[in-house]
Design a protein around this ligand. Structure first.
Ligand code: KG4
Ligand code: ZN
Length: 384
């Protein structure tokens, strides 16, 4: 089947058209088109993502990306027939809250032939509610226009299943996912396909959030993860014996707790006290970044190992923006080799927020549930 998927949970607007067939736990996936616009640069001026600013950008981006996605998939065909007035009225009501989106959309689709799309998958949550609503209303409008079902998708399930595109190996169950992003740090146990149980999570900051906050303390731009990663890498390549060390030992919060929960706010605070009142030279920033990343790595490895052993899993999936980090990746791969299990990582493009993963998860929802949900509501705190 052909799914058009929409992602607007945070600061990325994305629309894909994906052909998916076969078993939902091991599907055959062909991306027909994939259009994405990141707002990261815009938000970087403010050091974080502002929900209403994100919403405004989604409103602006969605019709443009839809047009790109349809065109690239060869589906933007002109026709003489136009949309019936009664349908347009319904669409207008659906898009009442999204100023400007209706006129853009009707302009785009007025003379367009209904594309061969079977369903729309849209992120329902978790995320920023005003941003989620824009995607959901847009999806509902398209659902009315094309008379096809709209499927709500859990963004985190999308991250989990993003590894299915690469298909280095199938996910073998029971599986465990370490989901690490700017908003989440979760260990999710999946006994069988499409059944999830959170077995550990952060009690305060997400790991990506900690990267971003530490980056800010070092005067680095948002999102800070890649900048910290670069400095930490440089630090590791230095000959330490010749260095005057400035940074004291950083804590590894909850590393000895017997549960699978995390805490990163204490580590961020320790960095705050460490850098307070000190001039941030390049050498010093490198050392702080290196020591910070080492602490993060120790905690993630210890908890993930504990979860794998406790639950006897066969596959470790690591996904979310922080899964791009090559140092963490190397150590998580090493861990899975030691414990003789498979580890799967999404491609770089699919690590960060995207709509391809929403199509994959949407296909799973379609294949595994009997009813189409009637009224989709944005859920900022949606969990598994
Ligand atoms: O999944 P994602 O794109 O968006 C959320 O849903 O949050 O993740 C973004 C997060 C940001 O906190 C960013 O700093 C972090 O992922 N990140 C990294 C790296 N690349 C992105 N963190 C550590 N190392 C990286 N290389
Ligand atoms: Zn995400």
């Amino acid at each position: 089947m052909i799914i058009l998927s929409i992602e607007t949970s945070c600061d990325e607007t994305a629309i894909s058209i994906v052909s998916i067939t076969g078993k939902s736990e091991n599907p055959k996936i062909k991306v027909l088109s994939d259009a994405l616009r990141s707002q990261a640069e815009l938000h970087s001026q403010y050091g974080g993502v502002f929900p209403n600013l994100a919403k405004r950008e989604h409103v602006k981006n969605l019709p443009i990306l839809l047009s790109h996605a349809l065109k690239k998939a060869g589906m933007l065909k002109n026709t003489k027939g136009s949309i019936p007035l009664s349908t347009l009225k319904k669409v207008e009501t659906t898009l009442e809250r999204e100023h400007g989106l209706f006129s853009e959309l009707s302009l785009l689709l007025q003379n367009t032939k209904t594309p061969r799309i079977d369903a729309i998958a849209v992120t329902q949550g978790p995320g920023l509610e005003p941003a989620l609503w824009t995607g959901i209303n847009f999806a509902k409008a398209l659902g009315i226009l094309w008379d096809i079902p709209v499927i709500p998708v859990n963004h985190m399930e999308g991250h989990f299943l993003s590894v299915l595109l690469e298909k280095k190996a199938p996910i073998q169950y029971p599986a465990l996912a370490l989901l690490i992003s700017g908003g989440h740090t979760e260990l999710v146990y999946s006994k069988k396909p499409f059944h999830y149980q959170i077995v550990g999570k952060t009690r305060d900051d997400a790991v990506g959030e900690a990267y971003d906050k530490v980056a800010r303390l070092l005067n680095l731009p948002y999102p800070g993860g890649p900048h910290i990663a670069r400095l930490a890498k440089e630090y590791r390549s230095l000959k330490k014996e010749k260095m005057d060390r400035e940074v004291g030992p950083l804590p590894r919060p909850m590393i000895h707790s017997h549960d699978l929960d995390f805490s990163f706010s204490g580590l961020k605070t320790a960095v705050l006290y460490e850098v307070k009142g000190k001039p941030i030279s390049e050498t010093y920033a490198r050392e702080v970044a290196g020591e910070f990343e080492e602490a993060v790595k120790d905690v993630l490895i210890k908890k993930t190992a504990h979860a794998i052993e406790t639950h006897g899993v066969k596959t470790l999936v690591v996904a979310g923006g922080v899964a791009q980090n090559s140092y963490l990746k190397t150590h998580l791969r090493k861990l899975s080799r030691t414990l003789k299990i498979t580890s799967l990582f999404p491609t770089k493009k699919l690590s960060t927020d995207n709509s391809i993963m929403i199509a994959i998860a949407g296909y799973g929802v379609i294949q595994n549930s009997k009813k189409t949900p009637k009224n989709i509501v944005a859920k900022g705190n949606l969990s598994f």
